[in-house]
Design a protein around this ligand. Structure first.
Ligand SMILES: [Zn+2]
Length: 373
């Protein structure tokens, strides 16, 4: 009933002694989703699983529950961990299907739709990386699980599914339909970076309110009557009509979590999002490096806050720090100076961002022997 992101890497470009490169896993009721998987992702994932077993056994991030890997862009600090992890899941006997989805150029998409092999594709483009992964994972024997590669242009919202020969077919379903999700909506929003890039939005749709068991108990309704009311059917009870609608509390709000990937501040597409509970956004630089941020299409924490404000985010969680940054306090201060009304926190590796059933956002900090709020 809630959404939770486990942030497994918070360094930009290259790892430091205490921070790994990008990679997160988002846990929902209908399955788990990885957003980016830089170098060493599988080790951090295994470490997080171990710590969860040790310190919070009720939460789990089992690999079998992962339905898709969403990539924000093709830079290697966000993708280098995918291939070895695909092999490990194979060795672990995974059987559940898995989709890998990421952005490319419109030229690649249109060439694939036309049945033509795309030309002049940037080496780092996900089209090339996917092709490499397809040939590598199949080179000895086929994988024991179905692996689907989907590439698309987040601006035109045209996505193609690749076959093992690198040919593409236009995806005629939403991501939710393709992944068999009924209450979780997945959307890609184009962002501003030096290669095709997008943010990923994961929404748990609004759900009906809780059934009023107390009232049903007071009226001494039997199980048959309770299940009829719970299913939305009005019933007659001792000469009175009982309306199913009066046995439900207020609807539970939709929950939305957005992960930015690498981007300059204030992408217009993100501003089109009317609201979200939490935005997990890169903050590569501090204020005085604004010109570097602009030049390399990254954000400062102030810029991340501007983006958060443009999409009415209730909370902002910073990540993806330059490895020259020794501590994150300055990032928080500069973001707060931009907008004191949005709660801002800075993630460290293995922190968790929890959006509860009512939409409240809790940052659970990893402290070496458990998580604290
Ligand atoms: Zn990056």
């Amino acid at each position: 009933m809630a959404i939770e992101a486990h942030i497994l890497g918070t360094s930009s470009a290259r790892p430091t002694a205490t921070r790994a490169v990008s990679g997160s896993i988002v846990v929902t009721d209908e399955g788990n989703f990885v957003v980016d998987a830089g170098e060493g992702f599988q080790s951090r994932f295994a470490q997080q699983r171990k710590w969860l077993k040790q310190y919070d056994a009720e939460s789990s991030i089992r690999p079998s529950k992962i339905k898709a890997i969403f990539l924000t862009h093709g830079h290697l600090d966000h993708t280098w961990g995918v291939l070895p992890w695909l092999q490990s899941m194979s060795l672990d006997g995974r059987t559940q299907p898995l989709a890998i989805i990421g952005p490319t150029t419109s030229a690649v998409v249109e060439a694939l739709v036309d049945g033509v092999i795309p030309e002049d594709v940037l080496s780092v483009d996900l089209y090339n990386q996917f092709g490499y992964w397809i040939s590598m994972v199949n080179h000895e024997q086929p994988l024991p699980y179905e692996l689907t590669y989907i590439l698309g242009d987040p601006t035109s919202r045209r996505w193609v599914q690749l076959d093992t020969k690198g040919h593409g077919k236009l995806l005629d379903k939403s991501f939710s339909e393709r992944l068999g999700l009924s209450t979780i909506e997945i959307e890609a929003f184009p962002t501003l970076h030096s290669v095709p890039s997008c943010a990923w939005s994961i929404t748990q749709q609004q759900r009906q309110g809780a059934f009023d068991r107390n009232r049903a108990g007071e009226l001494q309704l039997d199980e048959h009557q309770k299940s009829a009311l719970s299913a939305g059917h009005d019933i007659e009870h001792e000469g009175t009509m009982l309306l199913a609608s009066t046995f439900r509390g207020p609807p539970k709000p939709a929950l939305r979590l957005v992960v930015s990937g690498d981007t300059a501040e204030c992408s217009p597409s993100l501003a089109s999002i009317e609201s979200c509970n939490v935005l997990i956004h890169e903050a590569t630089f501090i204020d005085e490096q604004q010109d570097v941020a602009d030049a390399f299409l990254h954000s400062t924490s102030r810029g991340a806050m501007k983006t958060a404000r443009s999409m009415n985010a209730q909370a902002l969680c910073l990540t993806h720090y330059s490895n020259r940054l020794s501590e994150t306090d300055v990032l928080i201060q500069e973001a707060e100076a931009e907008c004191p009304d949005i709660v801002v926190t800075a993630a460290d590796d293995h922190d968790r961002i929890y959006v509860d059933d009512s939409g409240e956002v809790v940052h659970k900090y990893w402290n070496g022997n458990g998580w604290m709020n």
